[in-house]
Design a protein around this ligand. Sequence first.
Ligand code: NAD
Ligand code: IPM
Ligand code: MN
Length: 368
Amino acid sequence: MANPSLLILAGDGIGPEVMAEVKKIIGWFGTRRGVTFDVSEDLVGGCAYDAHGTPLTDATMAKAQEVDAVLLGAVGGPKYDSLDFSVKPERGLLRLRKEMDLYANLRPAQCFDALADFSSLKKDVVAGLDIMIVRELTSGVYFGEPRGIFTEGNERVGINTQRYTESEIARVSRSAFELARKRNNKVCSMEKANVMESGVLWRQVVQEVHDREYPDVELSHMYADAGAMQLTRWPKQFDVIVTDNLFGDLLSDLAAMLTGSLGMLPSASLGAPMANGRPKALYEPVHGSAPDIAGQGKANPIACILSFAMALRYSFDMGEDATRVEKAVEKVLADGLRTADLMGPEGGSPVSTSAMGDAIIAALDASL
Ligand code: NAD
Ligand code: IPM
Ligand code: MN
Protein backbone atom coordinates (compact mmCIF):
# COMPACT_ATOMS: atom_id res chain seq x y z
CA MET A 1 0.00 0.00 0.00
CA ALA A 2 1.23 3.52 -0.79
CA ASN A 3 2.54 5.61 2.08
CA PRO A 4 0.07 8.18 3.43
CA SER A 5 0.69 11.56 1.78
CA LEU A 6 0.98 14.93 3.48
CA LEU A 7 1.34 18.39 1.99
CA ILE A 8 3.00 20.82 4.39
CA LEU A 9 2.21 24.50 3.91
CA ALA A 10 4.11 26.17 6.74
CA GLY A 11 3.23 29.73 5.68
CA ASP A 12 4.38 32.90 7.41
CA GLY A 13 5.61 34.26 10.75
CA ILE A 14 5.74 31.53 13.39
CA GLY A 15 4.16 29.04 10.92
CA PRO A 16 7.52 27.57 9.80
CA GLU A 17 8.82 27.64 13.41
CA VAL A 18 6.00 25.53 14.83
CA MET A 19 5.91 23.31 11.74
CA ALA A 20 9.61 22.47 12.23
CA GLU A 21 8.59 20.72 15.46
CA VAL A 22 5.83 18.79 13.69
CA LYS A 23 8.38 17.65 11.11
CA LYS A 24 10.46 16.19 13.95
CA ILE A 25 7.41 14.20 15.05
CA ILE A 26 6.70 13.02 11.51
CA GLY A 27 10.34 11.87 11.40
CA TRP A 28 9.90 10.11 14.74
CA PHE A 29 6.95 8.13 13.34
CA GLY A 30 9.20 6.99 10.46
CA THR A 31 12.11 5.83 12.60
CA ARG A 32 10.33 4.64 15.74
CA ARG A 33 6.88 3.51 14.56
CA GLY A 34 7.63 2.41 10.98
CA VAL A 35 5.00 4.79 9.59
CA THR A 36 6.48 6.74 6.73
CA PHE A 37 4.57 9.67 5.34
CA ASP A 38 5.22 10.95 1.81
CA VAL A 39 5.77 14.59 2.65
CA SER A 40 5.82 17.42 0.13
CA GLU A 41 6.13 21.09 0.95
CA ASP A 42 4.91 24.22 -0.71
CA LEU A 43 4.11 27.88 -0.14
CA VAL A 44 0.95 29.56 1.08
CA GLY A 45 0.19 33.10 2.23
CA GLY A 46 2.65 35.99 2.21
CA CYS A 47 5.62 33.81 1.25
CA ALA A 48 3.70 32.53 -1.80
CA TYR A 49 2.82 36.11 -2.70
CA ASP A 50 6.50 37.09 -2.46
CA ALA A 51 7.52 34.20 -4.73
CA HIS A 52 4.62 34.11 -7.19
CA GLY A 53 2.48 37.24 -6.75
CA THR A 54 -0.41 35.14 -5.41
CA PRO A 55 -1.04 33.67 -1.93
CA LEU A 56 -1.81 30.25 -3.44
CA THR A 57 -0.83 29.07 -6.92
CA ASP A 58 -3.12 26.81 -8.96
CA ALA A 59 -0.40 24.14 -8.81
CA THR A 60 -0.37 24.19 -4.98
CA MET A 61 -4.17 24.12 -4.95
CA ALA A 62 -4.11 21.04 -7.20
CA LYS A 63 -1.57 19.29 -4.92
CA ALA A 64 -3.75 20.00 -1.89
CA GLN A 65 -6.66 18.28 -3.64
CA GLU A 66 -4.60 15.14 -4.24
CA VAL A 67 -2.94 14.42 -0.90
CA ASP A 68 -4.44 12.52 2.02
CA ALA A 69 -4.05 15.56 4.29
CA VAL A 70 -2.72 19.11 4.29
CA LEU A 71 -0.87 20.52 7.33
CA LEU A 72 -0.84 24.31 7.51
CA GLY A 73 1.15 26.57 9.85
CA ALA A 74 -0.19 30.13 9.69
CA VAL A 75 -0.49 32.94 7.17
CA GLY A 76 -0.35 36.73 7.23
CA GLY A 77 1.63 39.55 8.72
CA PRO A 78 1.95 43.33 8.80
CA LYS A 79 4.13 43.33 5.67
CA TYR A 80 1.05 42.35 3.66
CA ASP A 81 -1.55 44.56 5.35
CA SER A 82 -1.79 47.08 2.53
CA LEU A 83 -2.09 44.49 -0.27
CA ASP A 84 -5.23 44.35 -2.34
CA PHE A 85 -7.80 42.09 -0.76
CA SER A 86 -7.64 39.60 -3.63
CA VAL A 87 -3.99 38.75 -2.95
CA LYS A 88 -3.81 39.03 0.82
CA PRO A 89 -2.18 35.99 2.53
CA GLU A 90 -5.48 35.08 4.20
CA ARG A 91 -7.08 34.62 0.77
CA GLY A 92 -4.79 31.64 0.18
CA LEU A 93 -6.16 29.88 3.23
CA LEU A 94 -9.75 30.81 2.39
CA ARG A 95 -9.31 29.43 -1.13
CA LEU A 96 -8.02 26.11 0.25
CA ARG A 97 -11.02 25.84 2.58
CA LYS A 98 -13.52 26.75 -0.14
CA GLU A 99 -12.15 24.69 -3.04
CA MET A 100 -11.51 21.63 -0.88
CA ASP A 101 -15.05 22.18 0.48
CA LEU A 102 -13.84 21.77 4.09
CA TYR A 103 -17.15 22.64 5.65
CA ALA A 104 -16.67 21.22 9.18
CA ASN A 105 -13.96 22.88 11.25
CA LEU A 106 -13.35 20.99 14.49
CA ARG A 107 -11.77 23.13 17.20
CA PRO A 108 -11.40 21.13 20.43
CA ALA A 109 -10.69 23.08 23.61
CA GLN A 110 -9.25 20.84 26.27
CA CYS A 111 -7.67 22.08 29.47
CA PHE A 112 -4.68 20.01 30.48
CA ASP A 113 -4.52 19.55 34.26
CA ALA A 114 -1.08 21.09 34.41
CA LEU A 115 -2.44 24.33 32.94
CA ALA A 116 -5.65 24.60 34.97
CA ASP A 117 -3.96 27.09 37.30
CA PHE A 118 -2.75 29.17 34.44
CA SER A 119 -6.10 30.07 32.84
CA SER A 120 -7.36 33.59 33.42
CA LEU A 121 -10.48 31.92 34.88
CA LYS A 122 -10.71 30.15 38.23
CA LYS A 123 -9.23 26.66 38.30
CA ASP A 124 -12.50 24.82 39.01
CA VAL A 125 -14.15 26.56 36.04
CA VAL A 126 -11.65 25.10 33.55
CA ALA A 127 -10.11 21.97 35.15
CA GLY A 128 -11.07 18.92 33.10
CA LEU A 129 -12.64 21.06 30.36
CA ASP A 130 -13.20 19.16 27.10
CA ILE A 131 -15.42 20.83 24.54
CA MET A 132 -15.57 20.63 20.76
CA ILE A 133 -16.52 23.65 18.68
CA VAL A 134 -17.71 22.75 15.19
CA ARG A 135 -17.42 25.85 13.06
CA GLU A 136 -18.98 26.00 9.58
CA LEU A 137 -16.05 26.93 7.34
CA THR A 138 -17.05 27.39 3.70
CA SER A 139 -19.96 29.80 3.74
CA GLY A 140 -21.64 32.57 5.72
CA VAL A 141 -20.40 36.13 5.78
CA TYR A 142 -16.87 35.03 4.80
CA PHE A 143 -18.03 34.14 1.29
CA GLY A 144 -21.51 35.67 0.76
CA GLU A 145 -22.23 38.01 -2.17
CA PRO A 146 -22.58 40.93 -2.63
CA ARG A 147 -19.41 42.08 -0.93
CA GLY A 148 -17.08 45.01 -1.43
CA ILE A 149 -16.58 48.69 -0.76
CA PHE A 150 -18.89 50.80 -2.91
CA THR A 151 -19.79 54.47 -3.23
CA GLU A 152 -23.30 55.49 -2.35
CA GLY A 153 -24.08 59.16 -2.83
CA ASN A 154 -21.13 61.01 -1.37
CA GLU A 155 -19.83 58.31 0.96
CA ARG A 156 -18.35 54.82 0.86
CA VAL A 157 -20.20 51.78 2.07
CA GLY A 158 -18.63 48.43 3.04
CA ILE A 159 -20.80 45.39 2.36
CA ASN A 160 -20.59 41.74 3.36
CA THR A 161 -23.43 39.28 3.14
CA GLN A 162 -24.36 36.55 5.58
CA ARG A 163 -25.85 33.73 3.48
CA TYR A 164 -26.58 30.12 4.39
CA THR A 165 -28.40 27.47 2.42
CA GLU A 166 -30.36 24.73 4.07
CA SER A 167 -27.97 22.04 2.86
CA GLU A 168 -24.93 23.92 4.18
CA ILE A 169 -26.50 24.09 7.64
CA ALA A 170 -27.68 20.47 7.51
CA ARG A 171 -24.28 18.98 6.63
CA VAL A 172 -22.33 20.78 9.35
CA SER A 173 -24.99 19.97 11.93
CA ARG A 174 -24.66 16.27 10.98
CA SER A 175 -20.92 16.54 11.67
CA ALA A 176 -21.71 17.96 15.11
CA PHE A 177 -24.31 15.29 15.94
CA GLU A 178 -21.98 12.48 14.79
CA LEU A 179 -19.18 13.83 17.01
CA ALA A 180 -21.56 14.20 19.96
CA ARG A 181 -22.55 10.54 19.70
CA LYS A 182 -18.89 9.60 20.25
CA ARG A 183 -18.57 12.07 23.16
CA ASN A 184 -21.15 13.12 25.76
CA ASN A 185 -24.11 13.17 23.36
CA LYS A 186 -24.91 16.89 23.69
CA VAL A 187 -25.00 19.59 21.02
CA CYS A 188 -25.58 23.29 21.61
CA SER A 189 -26.25 25.29 18.42
CA MET A 190 -25.39 29.01 18.49
CA GLU A 191 -26.70 31.76 16.19
CA LYS A 192 -28.51 35.10 16.40
CA ALA A 193 -32.03 33.98 15.47
CA ASN A 194 -33.33 37.01 17.37
CA VAL A 195 -31.91 39.45 14.79
CA MET A 196 -30.83 37.53 11.66
CA GLU A 197 -32.96 35.56 9.20
CA SER A 198 -29.98 33.32 8.49
CA GLY A 199 -30.00 32.56 12.21
CA VAL A 200 -33.71 31.68 12.11
CA LEU A 201 -33.05 29.24 9.27
CA TRP A 202 -29.97 27.89 11.06
CA ARG A 203 -32.02 27.09 14.17
CA GLN A 204 -34.84 25.50 12.16
CA VAL A 205 -32.57 23.28 10.08
CA VAL A 206 -30.44 22.11 13.02
CA GLN A 207 -33.66 21.20 14.85
CA GLU A 208 -35.08 19.37 11.80
CA VAL A 209 -31.90 17.34 11.24
CA HIS A 210 -31.94 16.50 14.93
CA ASP A 211 -35.58 15.41 15.03
CA ARG A 212 -35.29 13.36 11.83
CA GLU A 213 -31.84 11.76 12.20
CA TYR A 214 -30.42 12.27 15.71
CA PRO A 215 -33.30 12.30 18.22
CA ASP A 216 -31.06 10.44 20.69
CA VAL A 217 -28.67 13.43 20.97
CA GLU A 218 -29.54 16.18 23.47
CA LEU A 219 -29.92 19.44 21.50
CA SER A 220 -30.15 23.00 22.82
CA HIS A 221 -30.05 26.41 21.12
CA MET A 222 -28.42 29.58 22.38
CA TYR A 223 -27.92 33.08 21.03
CA ALA A 224 -24.23 33.42 20.20
CA ASP A 225 -23.70 36.45 22.45
CA ALA A 226 -25.17 34.57 25.42
CA GLY A 227 -23.05 31.59 24.33
CA ALA A 228 -19.90 33.69 24.65
CA MET A 229 -20.99 34.67 28.15
CA GLN A 230 -21.77 31.06 29.12
CA LEU A 231 -18.41 29.92 27.75
CA THR A 232 -16.64 32.10 30.28
CA ARG A 233 -19.18 31.58 33.09
CA TRP A 234 -19.33 27.77 33.13
CA PRO A 235 -17.77 26.23 30.00
CA LYS A 236 -18.13 22.66 31.27
CA GLN A 237 -21.89 22.80 30.57
CA PHE A 238 -20.98 22.29 26.87
CA ASP A 239 -20.01 19.18 24.95
CA VAL A 240 -20.26 20.00 21.21
CA ILE A 241 -21.04 23.53 20.01
CA VAL A 242 -22.09 24.00 16.39
CA THR A 243 -22.05 27.49 14.94
CA ASP A 244 -21.49 29.51 11.79
CA ASN A 245 -18.25 30.69 10.22
CA LEU A 246 -17.91 34.09 11.92
CA PHE A 247 -19.31 33.21 15.35
CA GLY A 248 -17.13 30.07 15.29
CA ASP A 249 -14.04 32.18 14.61
CA LEU A 250 -14.75 34.40 17.62
CA LEU A 251 -15.93 31.70 20.01
CA SER A 252 -12.94 29.46 19.30
CA ASP A 253 -10.40 32.18 20.14
CA LEU A 254 -12.35 32.74 23.35
CA ALA A 255 -12.33 28.99 24.07
CA ALA A 256 -8.58 28.93 23.44
CA MET A 257 -8.01 31.13 26.45
CA LEU A 258 -9.93 28.68 28.64
CA THR A 259 -7.13 26.22 27.90
CA GLY A 260 -4.40 28.67 28.86
CA SER A 261 -3.13 30.00 25.55
CA LEU A 262 -4.02 30.42 21.89
CA GLY A 263 -0.81 28.46 21.34
CA MET A 264 -2.59 25.32 22.59
CA LEU A 265 -5.61 25.03 20.28
CA PRO A 266 -5.48 22.70 17.26
CA SER A 267 -8.04 22.26 14.50
CA ALA A 268 -9.17 19.89 11.78
CA SER A 269 -11.06 21.13 8.73
CA LEU A 270 -12.93 18.24 7.17
CA GLY A 271 -14.92 17.85 3.96
CA ALA A 272 -16.78 15.06 2.24
CA PRO A 273 -15.19 11.58 2.04
CA MET A 274 -12.75 10.96 -0.84
CA ALA A 275 -12.67 7.73 -2.90
CA ASN A 276 -10.70 6.01 -0.09
CA GLY A 277 -13.49 6.79 2.38
CA ARG A 278 -11.45 9.36 4.31
CA PRO A 279 -12.50 12.99 4.46
CA LYS A 280 -10.75 15.71 2.52
CA ALA A 281 -8.78 17.35 5.29
CA LEU A 282 -6.59 20.25 6.34
CA TYR A 283 -5.09 20.53 9.83
CA GLU A 284 -3.88 23.80 11.32
CA PRO A 285 -3.46 25.51 14.67
CA VAL A 286 -6.18 28.03 15.50
CA HIS A 287 -3.61 30.78 16.08
CA GLY A 288 -2.13 33.05 13.44
CA SER A 289 1.37 34.02 12.36
CA ALA A 290 2.03 35.94 15.63
CA PRO A 291 4.18 38.69 14.07
CA ASP A 292 4.97 40.06 17.55
CA ILE A 293 7.05 36.97 18.44
CA ALA A 294 8.03 35.61 15.00
CA GLY A 295 11.70 34.77 14.48
CA GLN A 296 12.49 34.67 18.21
CA GLY A 297 12.08 30.96 18.95
CA LYS A 298 9.35 31.77 21.46
CA ALA A 299 6.28 30.27 19.77
CA ASN A 300 4.41 27.45 21.41
CA PRO A 301 4.41 24.52 18.94
CA ILE A 302 1.76 22.52 20.82
CA ALA A 303 -1.27 23.73 18.81
CA CYS A 304 0.46 22.66 15.59
CA ILE A 305 1.62 19.35 17.10
CA LEU A 306 -1.90 18.60 18.37
CA SER A 307 -3.21 19.44 14.89
CA PHE A 308 -0.95 16.68 13.54
CA ALA A 309 -2.39 14.37 16.22
CA MET A 310 -5.85 15.23 14.83
CA ALA A 311 -4.57 14.24 11.36
CA LEU A 312 -3.48 10.86 12.74
CA ARG A 313 -6.98 10.39 14.19
CA TYR A 314 -9.22 11.72 11.43
CA SER A 315 -7.21 11.04 8.24
CA PHE A 316 -5.08 8.01 9.02
CA ASP A 317 -7.10 5.81 11.39
CA MET A 318 -4.23 6.09 13.89
CA GLY A 319 -6.31 7.00 16.92
CA GLU A 320 -3.95 5.26 19.35
CA ASP A 321 -0.96 7.15 18.00
CA ALA A 322 -2.94 10.39 18.17
CA THR A 323 -3.53 9.69 21.84
CA ARG A 324 0.17 8.86 22.22
CA VAL A 325 1.08 12.34 20.92
CA GLU A 326 -1.53 13.99 23.15
CA LYS A 327 -0.23 12.09 26.19
CA ALA A 328 3.33 13.16 25.35
CA VAL A 329 2.18 16.79 25.35
CA GLU A 330 0.40 16.22 28.65
CA LYS A 331 3.56 14.69 30.11
CA VAL A 332 5.87 17.61 29.24
CA LEU A 333 3.35 20.09 30.62
CA ALA A 334 3.04 18.03 33.81
CA ASP A 335 6.86 18.09 34.02
CA GLY A 336 6.60 21.88 34.15
CA LEU A 337 7.90 22.77 30.69
CA ARG A 338 6.44 26.05 29.48
CA THR A 339 6.91 28.23 26.43
CA ALA A 340 6.70 31.98 27.10
CA ASP A 341 2.96 32.22 26.37
CA LEU A 342 2.35 29.80 29.29
CA MET A 343 4.16 31.97 31.83
CA GLY A 344 2.16 34.05 34.28
CA PRO A 345 2.80 37.76 34.85
CA GLU A 346 5.40 36.83 37.48
CA GLY A 347 7.50 35.24 34.68
CA GLY A 348 9.80 32.24 35.00
CA SER A 349 12.16 30.44 32.67
CA PRO A 350 10.40 29.64 29.43
CA VAL A 351 11.75 27.03 27.02
CA SER A 352 12.18 27.68 23.31
CA THR A 353 9.99 26.34 20.53
CA SER A 354 12.54 23.69 19.61
CA ALA A 355 13.22 22.67 23.22
CA MET A 356 9.48 22.08 23.64
CA GLY A 357 9.47 19.95 20.47
CA ASP A 358 12.50 17.95 21.66
CA ALA A 359 10.87 17.30 25.04
CA ILE A 360 7.74 15.99 23.32
CA ILE A 361 9.92 13.66 21.21
CA ALA A 362 11.61 12.42 24.39
CA ALA A 363 8.17 11.77 25.92
CA LEU A 364 7.17 9.89 22.77
CA ASP A 365 10.34 7.75 23.06
CA ALA A 366 9.44 7.01 26.67
CA SER A 367 5.95 5.89 25.57
CA LEU A 368 7.28 2.94 23.53
P1 NAD B 1 -2.29 35.65 16.26
O1 NAD B 1 -3.00 34.41 16.58
O2 NAD B 1 -1.22 35.56 15.23
O3 NAD B 1 -1.67 36.28 17.59
C1 NAD B 1 -2.46 36.71 18.70
C2 NAD B 1 -1.59 36.72 19.97
O4 NAD B 1 -1.36 35.37 20.38
C3 NAD B 1 -0.21 37.34 19.76
O5 NAD B 1 0.17 38.03 20.91
C4 NAD B 1 0.69 36.13 19.58
O6 NAD B 1 2.03 36.32 19.97
C5 NAD B 1 0.01 35.09 20.44
N1 NAD B 1 0.22 33.73 19.89
C6 NAD B 1 -0.43 33.20 18.83
N2 NAD B 1 0.02 31.97 18.57
C7 NAD B 1 0.97 31.71 19.48
C8 NAD B 1 1.83 30.60 19.74
N3 NAD B 1 1.77 29.48 19.00
N4 NAD B 1 2.70 30.69 20.76
C9 NAD B 1 2.77 31.80 21.51
N5 NAD B 1 1.98 32.88 21.34
C10 NAD B 1 1.10 32.84 20.33
O7 NAD B 1 -3.40 36.71 15.80
P2 NAD B 1 -3.24 38.20 15.20
O8 NAD B 1 -2.06 38.87 15.80
O9 NAD B 1 -4.57 38.78 15.31
O10 NAD B 1 -2.96 37.96 13.66
C11 NAD B 1 -1.66 37.98 13.07
C12 NAD B 1 -1.76 37.53 11.63
O11 NAD B 1 -2.12 36.15 11.58
C13 NAD B 1 -2.81 38.28 10.82
O12 NAD B 1 -2.30 38.50 9.53
C14 NAD B 1 -3.99 37.32 10.78
O13 NAD B 1 -4.82 37.48 9.65
C15 NAD B 1 -3.26 35.99 10.73
N6 NAD B 1 -4.04 34.85 11.20
C16 NAD B 1 -3.85 33.69 10.53
C17 NAD B 1 -4.47 32.54 10.95
C18 NAD B 1 -4.22 31.29 10.19
O14 NAD B 1 -3.30 31.22 9.41
N7 NAD B 1 -5.00 30.25 10.41
C19 NAD B 1 -5.27 32.56 12.09
C20 NAD B 1 -5.42 33.77 12.79
C21 NAD B 1 -4.79 34.92 12.34
C1 IPM C 1 -8.76 31.41 11.72
C2 IPM C 1 -8.29 32.74 11.16
C3 IPM C 1 -8.81 32.90 9.75
C4 IPM C 1 -10.32 33.07 9.81
C5 IPM C 1 -8.19 34.02 8.91
C6 IPM C 1 -6.70 34.03 8.93
C7 IPM C 1 -8.67 33.93 7.48
O1 IPM C 1 -8.65 33.77 12.01
O2 IPM C 1 -8.51 30.37 11.09
O3 IPM C 1 -9.33 31.39 12.81
O4 IPM C 1 -10.83 34.17 10.02
O5 IPM C 1 -11.00 32.05 9.60
MN1 MN D 1 -9.50 33.11 13.91
